[in-house]
Design a protein around this ligand. Structure first.
Ligand code: AHM
Ligand code: MG
Length: 281
């Protein structure tokens, strides 16, 4: 039953992604509003949110839709599942025409909820091609989405065991001394790949092996990324692919936010690099 619900939810995401992508060129402008995290919204953020909501409303298993772009949960049906979504992740990349994504979490509890309540998570990457990565039951699959078709290209995606890249967010002067020291070590061993879209950056880590961090910064001890909409789902995917997640001390999946739009430091990647990070912080 859960398997069928998860597959219906991600079919709905796959069906909607081409329309989200097609709508981007005309929606690179400010919408005039702010999201609940106090960030200004682009027309594309708001439009992607409405497309996903309308489509997920048609999936029987979904009872609640909760978006990073909206203040509160929206009741969309009688189903027992809650879908949390960052409709357009990395939307500041739209101006410069760089990678964007959509992040999707499927919880079997109302939000706020712990990462243990996730039953699946996935993302769409709007890169030169549109791909969708889904984690469920410990298995991660990658598909290419073209013109309404979903073609599985990897049916058991795992993190490469020899990491080669890193990508760290936030301004270097804002990092804590402990994170800065860790970063100096990592920089001397691996190649920098940072694009400013979590989906694009984590997808690179899943492809090449390495570490993605958006750390706690001096001015924002909880970092930038939102637990329910960004950190939990990406941690779920990376852990299912054989890697580790951390908020600096524990798995991100062990965090239960007290407020749905709450933020957390995020570190995702190969085990060895996350273990070293935790002992440095
Ligand atoms: P968004 O969902 O509002 O676009 O914000 C999240 C994005 C992440 O994709 C990315 O990791 C981070 O913000 C980039 O922040 P910065 O511009 O500080 O590098
Ligand atoms: Mg985001």
């Amino acid at each position: 039953m859960a398997d069928q619900s998860v597959s219906q939810i991600f079919s709905a995401i796959a069906d909607t992604a081409p329309a989200v992508r097609a709508a981007l060129p005309g929606r690179r402008v400010e919408y005039g509003g702010e999201n609940p995290s106090g960030e200004s919204q682009l027309a594309a953020d708001v439009y992607a949110d409405s497309l996903f909501k309308d489509r997920l409303e048609q999936v029987d298993a979904v009872g609640t839709y909760f978006s990073e772009e909206e203040e509160s949960a929206v009741a969309v049906g009688d189903g027992s599942l809650t879908v949390a979504i960052d409709p357009l992740d990395g939307s500041s990349n739209l101006k410069s025409n760089n990678a964007l994504g959509t992040i999707v979490s499927v919880y079997d509890e109302p939000l706020p909820a712990s990462g243990d309540s996730l039953i699946a998570a996935g993302y769409v990457l709007y890169g030169p091609i549109t791909t969708m990565v889904v984690a469920h039951d410990g298995v991660v699959t990658e598909s290419v989405l073209t013109d309404g078709n979903q073609e599985v290209v990897k049916d058991d995606l795992t993190l490469p065991s020899e990491p080669t890249i890193y990508g760290f967010g936030g301004r270097i002067p804002d990092w804590t001394p402990e994170f800065t020291e860790y970063a100096r070590e990592i920089e001397s061993e691996f190649k920098l790949r940072y694009g400013g879209s979590m989906v694009g950056d984590v997808n690179q880590v899943l492809t090449y092996g390495g570490i993605f961090s958006y750390p706690a910064v001096k001015s924002a001890p909880d970092g930038k990324l939102r637990t329910q909409f960004e950190a939990h789902p990406m941690a779920y995917i990376v852990e299912a692919a054989g890697g580790k997640s951390s908020d600096g001390t524990q798995s991100i999946l062990d965090r239960t936010p007290t407020e749905v739009h709450e933020r957390t430091p995020v570190h995702l990647g190969n085990d060895e690099l996350i273990d070293r990070l935790e002992s440095s912080l």
